[in-house]
Ligand binder design. Structure first.
Ligand SMILES: [Zn+2]
Length: 467
């Protein structure tokens, strides 16, 4: 059970007055201390977003938390995110600055671009390897929202949860032009009785971008949503999204062709009716008539639990881990090429350190021995499932092991060298300043919501119950 020290009191998110206590700590400018590794604990901070209070971990402290703590962060070497530190991801005062490889505005007329921008998210352009592509931005927000973590216990997730988690994750992140929040468009969870208000808010949001900024550039919005279908309509394609039954997005023929070319694997899985959800990340413009049109798109498959996967073996492993109530973390590639060996998951309930789970599908370019060699080069325990030799049931996984005594866990997690090594390849981050206590939130996408809320680490909103 998570525990936080706020002033003299030890509080848990399970207690009924936790929201209230968090609100008063925010007002009294008290810093909460996570107790997962005992005293003196790991400092955190409180933010207010959309009228609710949330606990966030401070930059570079993720590895100081215990492996079972919602604020624990994986060893950076495993994630494609580490390749972007110092370039695509840097600290700028108390905000995290994202450098994108795609534009958030378009010059010229409102007419569709003569040639839609490439939808490829593969880092084929050398200069862009160190910037966030649409895919790597989606990966980053998924990680920051805690959607890549599965806590083992039964957890309910739906679009409302995902939407809120992504909104919190986007807070405090900036792009060249300003706050990321100002560009992000996540469809509101659709409620039939409120459909008119919801449509009104959407029209207002779209209308704000359909004008020019005075330099003849039109702002684009960044959509993250679940795709229902893409169907032929007129000379292009119409994309229908869940939670937006009364608004479809135009995709021109060229962009659709590129989509098929670059996401052939995803599209094949789709037509095979893979369970779960198909997420789209896209930039779009809005015509003067109010119709949204895609500029660039990227797709990502997620399981029923909204955990990303790349092939049916990874999906089978997710289903097995969830059914067995295991806690684990999904690792994402970001800009890492698809032929670079990396674990798909980390088991986080096998003692004090993670176990790397590798899944090899038949299309993978390296042979099994090369993957094993890469896996054994790491100091962490690993497990490999090759579908080439064993396509059937998921092989036996390392059994759950409780973490050893708090003191051992504490020592290992407080080791300054281990923290240092995890940040050594991100020079701009290691000197990053610490956010002030009670840093006020920047943009509130939906200020209508008010009232204190169950708090959690914004790096991982999994601890919220009852949603
Ligand atoms: Zn902790």
């Amino acid at each position: 059970m998570a525990q936080y020290r706020i002033g003299q009191a030890i509080l848990s998110p399970e207690q009924p007055d936790f929201d209230q206590m968090l609100g008063s700590a925010y007002n009294s400018r008290l810093r909460p201390i996570c107790q997962c590794v005992g005293d003196p604990g790991v400092p955190m901070y409180i933010v207010q977003i959309n009228g609710r209070f949330w606990l966030k971990r401070m930059p570079n402290t993720g590895r100081q938390h215990a492996i079972g703590c919602a604020s624990w962060e994986m060893p950076e070497e495993f994630s494609g995110r580490s390749d972007l530190y110092g370039s695509g991801l840097t600290y700028d005062e108390d905000k995290i600055k994202l450098r994108l490889s795609f534009p958030l505005s378009r010059r010229g007329s409102q007419a569709p671009p003569a040639a839609a921008k490439s939808s490829t998210d593969k880092p084929s352009v050398q200069a862009d390897i160190k910037r966030l592509t649409l895919r790597s931005l989606l990966h980053y927000l998924w990680d920051e929202a805690g959607l890549t973590k599965w806590p083992g216990k039964s957890t309910k997730r739906n679009w409302a949860f995902v939407n809120e988690s992504l909104t919190i994750a986007a807070d405090g992140k900036t792009v060249k032009q300003g706050d990321l929040q100002q560009y992000l468009y996540l469809p509101e969870p659709w409620v039939k009785e409120h459909r008119e208000e919801i449509a009104g808010r959407r029209r207002e949001r779209f209308a704000a971008t359909s004008g020019s900024d005075g330099k003849n550039a039109h702002q684009l919005l960044l959509l993250i949503a679940e795709v229902k279908e893409i169907k032929q309509a007129g000379i292009g394609f119409s994309t229908v999204l869940f939670h937006l039954p009364d608004c479809s997005f135009i995709m021109d023929q060229k962009l659709h062709e590129r989509l098929l070319r670059h996401f052939g694997r995803e599209v094949r899985m789709w037509t095979g009716k893979s369970p779960g959800h198909i997420m789209i990340a896209a930039t779009f413009s809005v015509s003067p008539e109010g119709s949204p049109q895609f500029e660039e798109v990227s797709l990502m498959f997620v399981s029923e639990e909204w955990i990303p996967y790349e092939n049916v073996y990874e999906l089978a492993l997710i289903q097995k881990l969830v059914a067995d109530k295991r806690s684990f973390l999904r690792l994402l590639r970001y800009n890492r090429p698809s032929d670079a060996p990396m674990p798909a998951f980390l088991l986080t309930d096998h003692g004090n350190e993670p176990v790397a789970l590798y899944v090899i599908d038949a299309e993978f370019s390296l042979d099994d021995r090369q993957v094993e060699a890469a896996a054994s080069a790491s100091k962490y325990e690993y497990w490999v499932w090759s579908s080439r030799t064993h396509a059937g049931a998921v092989p036996t996984l390392p059994a759950p092991l409780p973490p050893t005594g708090t003191s051992a866990a504490t020592a290992s997690h407080r080791d300054p060298l281990s923290t240092q090594s995890s940040i050594s390849n991100m020079p701009k981050l290691s000197g990053g300043s610490v956010p002030p206590v009670n840093q006020p939130s920047a943009a509130a996408a939906n200020p209508a919501e008010t009232g204190a809320h169950m708090s959690l680490d914004a790096g991982d909103p999994l601890e919220v119950g009852g949603r």
